[in-house]
Design a binder for this molecule. Structure first.
Ligand SMILES: *Cc1c(COP(=O)(O)O)cnc(C)c1O
Length: 398
């Protein structure tokens, strides 16, 4: 069986480094907000090129924390894509705001900037583009609209760590960037994990406080910053291990969350981040090989816009006979995945938003055609050829 993604294979390539580093965390007994977190956040600030990288429990929380910190809630509207993982819209609903779905472009699967302006009204607070499948959205157009209407831009970069738009890393273009370290993402932990990036000092302080119940030194520091209270101490607060007893922890300044990344997960990510660019480059090479070799089929291969560097979180094809083709591939031992079978505006949970079939025709059309085939850095050329040949065999058999 050729899986969509082979995490066991990846672990084998870095096993020694990971095991050693994990053992150190375990022996240190620093489990919460320890040294590995500090190292990871610093590395991420350098990698993304932003002033502040703040880790948290998962990508969904990253979105919720971002929206909360921007004071988006009841009565507010946030414009986003319907062609994404549910968490994108769920986070908007979670803070009490309303997701407003704008249709996507047929070639890149990203939100269509030409359709955003007509959905803006006095309640609109932000645009939340998703860099879907690893390909950056049209950020220039999105930022122009956001600036014209004074809206925040929250980038859902959960599928796109390392991707670039006109030479700039995603997550560092809008007001805030949100990332996920879910195991299947391009940079995955051994469990849940997430991160928020920003260049805004006040937002960063508030998010750091919100992820720890709005308490402790981080809470006090954010509280003072927001309320213009001068601090006597230097405000450079070090993260330290908060596993056992922290006197400051019992002083509260905001209603927040418990949304920390574990020190153990940070240790894993600190090993893996060294390989991220190499892995993303492999994904791009493998994607090019698929695209080159599938060009004589009836399938539509991914379009990569010239001013972006996609990290191919998933390799997506379009087929008119998706169900037959994916079944055929399954019989040949090739895994496929359907991203996404139901656009979010037509999900049962969002019936109350009042969308009808036909409202967002491009997303609806694509939801019946798109699917992913295996693509991961460790995929061999022989395996890729097997997938390509199976697709040709399917076409011949029809
Ligand atoms: C994975 C993902 C999320 C959520 O991340 P979790 O870490 O699973 O909470 C949000 N948005 C998109 C586009 C994703 O792919």
């Amino acid at each position: 069986m050729i899986p969509l993604l082979d995490l066991k294979k990846q672990y084998e390539t870095i096993k020694n480094e990971i095991d050693e580093r994990l053992q150190k965390v375990i022996s240190s007994a620093q489990y919460i907000m320890g040294e590995e977190i500090r190292i990871l956040e610093k590395k991420m600030e350098e990698y993304i090129g932003c002033k502040y990288a703040i880790t948290c429990a998962n990508g969904t929380d990253a979105l919720v924390l971002a929206l909360h910190a921007l004071n988006i809630g009841d009565g507010d509207e946030v414009i986003t894509s319907p062609f994404t993982f549910f968490a994108t819209a769920e986070a908007i609903s979670r803070v009490g705001a309303k997701p407003v779905f704008v249709d996507i472009k047929k070639d890149t699967y990203n939100i269509d900037p030409d359709k955003i302006e007509e959905k803006i009204n006095k309640n609109t607070k932000a645009i939340l583009p998703v860099h879907i499948f690893g390909q950056p959205a049209n950020m220039d157009e999105i930022m122009t609209i956001a600036n014209k209407y004074n809206l925040y831009v929250i980038e859902d970069a959960c599928q796109a760590i390392g991707a670039e738009y006109k030479g700039k890393k995603v997550g560092n273009i809008g007001t805030i960037g949100c990332f996920s370290f879910f195991p299947t993402k391009n940079l995955g932990a051994f469990g849940d994990g997430g991160m928020i990036t920003t260049n805004d000092e006040t937002l960063a302080a508030l998010i750091k406080a919100l992820r720890v119940h709005g308490s402790g030194e981080l809470g006090r520091s954010a509280y003072n910053l927001i309320n213009g209270i001068k601090e006597e101490q230097e405000e450079n607060i070090d993260i330290e291990d908060k596993t056992v007893y922290d006197a400051a922890k019992y002083y509260n300044y905001f209603i927040g969350y418990n949304s920390r990344l574990d020190n153990i997960q940070a240790a894993i990510l600190n090993v893996k981040i060294k390989y991220l660019d190499e892995w993303n480059a492999s994904r791009r090479r493998l994607a090019e090989y698929y695209t080159e070799n599938l060009k004589d089929t009836h399938l539509i291969t991914p379009m990569v816009h010239h001013d972006v560097n996609s990290v191919f979180h998933l390799y997506i094809l379009q087929s008119e006979n998706r169900d037959e083709l994916t079944l055929y591939l399954k019989e040949k031992g090739i895994a496929t995945g359907i991203y996404y079978p139901v656009p979010l505006h037509l999900q049962n949970v969002y019936k109350n938003l009042g969308y009808q079939k036909g409202d967002l025709p491009v997303s609806e059309y694509l939801s019946c055609r798109t699917f992913a085939i295996p693509l991961y850095p460790e995929l061999s050329k022989a395996e890729q050829d097997y997938v390509i040949n199976a697709i040709f065999d399917f076409e011949k058999s029809r």
